[in-house]
Design a protein. Structure first.
Lengths: 219, 225
């Protein structure tokens, strides 16, 4: 273990650290958007679309991100669709994350008591209003535990971006190991970097989970 | 064009090599799961005991495996064990060790949750019948916990199977590494081979994992009723 090696590589890791955070943030936000959209369509059983979404969710959840990324990055150019590594990374992460989020929200929405829906209908709400004012606010609170698990999962999955040479944390560490063979130092920094990102997020989300648990009615 | 490239599956022994690679992934997943579930049950039972120090240490163990991405875990075992501890196993056994310890961590939490959610009356009735602590776990708590934890366990298995896609990162000849070799070898003759090979591997993972996740969902739905 040499402090000099660690010190020298810190600026490189700082850059990778930012990239991991940036890719995670974009990926998670888009995944949540996709997830909410898909789960609302499934909730209201929109014909055809909801079957398509079920197929998408099953495909994305039952295959590894690595092969999804390989497909996007290496196989798509063959049929004339060439994208940068980072674009592939984000698309892959959102393809996977959107499905996990959809599953989580669907579970949460299913927990909204049916009397709440009936009351909404009795008040003359249409589906859009039901979604906006009844299902979503209550279902969201119920999906918090799944949301938390998915956010942590997706941040960790960005490590797989290293296979398509996106210079995020894991890729940077592997690159440095390949060049200088200082495995102990670089792997230590790598683990600490993930801990710095994940521990505050885990604590924050667990806190939020406790806060929003009050927001349900009609049981 | 496209329909000729599908021949890449059948030229030479490509198809049997892919299945061979798949077998590597499957046995590593299987062995890690067996070891991990046994160790995890043991750790999970320990976590329900009142000893605070043991519980704290096992909690740290769990959180470590939760925070470190699996790909990093593989590298930790692959690089550090041979150098710092002079353990020179083949890469596939390093992977089994890393996966088994990861499974044990996750499963210990599933077991703990399941044991704690067995109704308290069951535990008290057992004690009232004069069962010892060991008998209580063996005949009352664990059999009921197994029922409760089955859906989460199957889910964990699907995750382990998906994670075997990372094995190529520590130079194990898994299904993806073999796929890459076939693509490189056939690049001239079948330029679209990459599409078909990765497509096939995507599909193979799906047909292994999908039935398992359907099964797990059914079991979970039955328990909710």
């Amino acid at each position: 273990m040499s402090w000099q090696i660690i010190n020298q590589s810190l600026p490189i890791f700082a850059k990778a650290f930012q990239l991991t955070i940036w890719l995670s943030a974009v990926g998670i936000i888009l995944s949540i958007v996709v997830g909410i959209f898909c789960s609302l369509i499934q909730y209201f059983k929109v014909p055809i679309l909801s079957q398509l979404i079920t197929a998408y969710v099953e495909l994305a959840r039952n295959t590894p991100l690595l092969i999804q990324l390989f497909f996007l990055y290496y196989a798509f150019p063959v049929i004339g669709l060439k994208m940068s590594a980072q674009t592939c990374g984000i698309i892959g992460l959102v393809f996977l994350g959107g499905a996990y989020m959809a599953e989580g929200f669907t579970g949460g929405f299913a927990g909204v008591s049916s009397t709440q829906i009936d009351d909404g209908k009795a008040l003359g709400m249409n589906n859009l209003q039901l979604a906006r004012y009844v299902v979503f606010p209550q279902g969201f609170a119920l999906s918090m535990p799944a949301l938390t698990a998915n956010i942590i999962f997706l941040i960790k999955e960005t490590s797989i971006f290293s296979v398509i040479a996106i210079p995020e944390l894991t890729n940077t560490a592997l690159d440095l190991i390949g060049m200088y063979y200082r495995t102990n130092e670089y792997l230590l920094i790598l683990v600490i970097a993930y801990a710095i990102i994940l521990i505050p997020i885990i604590l924050l989300l667990t806190y939020l989970e406790r806060k929003v648990r009050y927001g349900t009615f009609g049981d | 064009m496209a329909h000729s490239a599908i021949n890449v599956f059948f030229s030479g022994n490509n198809f049997s090599r892919i299945l061979q690679g798949l077998w590597t992934s499957v046995w590593i997943a299987g062995v890690s799961l067996v070891i991990g579930l046994v160790l995890g049950t043991f750790l999970g039972v320990l976590r329900t005991l009142p000893n605070k120090i043991i519980r704290f240490i096992l909690r740290l163990y769990l959180e470590f495996f939760r925070i470190v991405p699996t790909i990093v875990l593989l590298f930790l075992f692959y690089y550090i064990l041979p150098r710092s501890f002079h353990i020179n196993w083949p890469a596939s056994w390093m992977a089994v060790l890393a996966f088994a310890l990861w499974v044990a961590a996750e499963f210990s939490d599933i077991v703990r949750g399941a044991i704690e959610s067995v109704p308290i009356a069951q535990k008290e009735s057992g004690l009232a019948l004069g069962l010892s602590k060991v008998q209580l776990f063996r005949y009352v708590l664990l059999p009921q916990a197994v029922q409760l934890e089955l859906p989460a366990t199957i889910n964990l298995a699907t995750r382990v199977i998906k994670t075997t896609s990372l094995l190529m990162m520590i130079s194990i000849m898994d299904v993806i590494a073999i796929g890459q070799q076939i693509i490189e070898a056939n690049n001239q003759k079948y330029p679209t081979a990459v599409f078909w090979i990765y497509g096939l591997i995507f599909f193979l993972y799906f047909i292994i994992d999908y039935p398992l996740s359907v099964w797990s969902k059914r079991l979970a739905a039955r328990q909710d009723r």
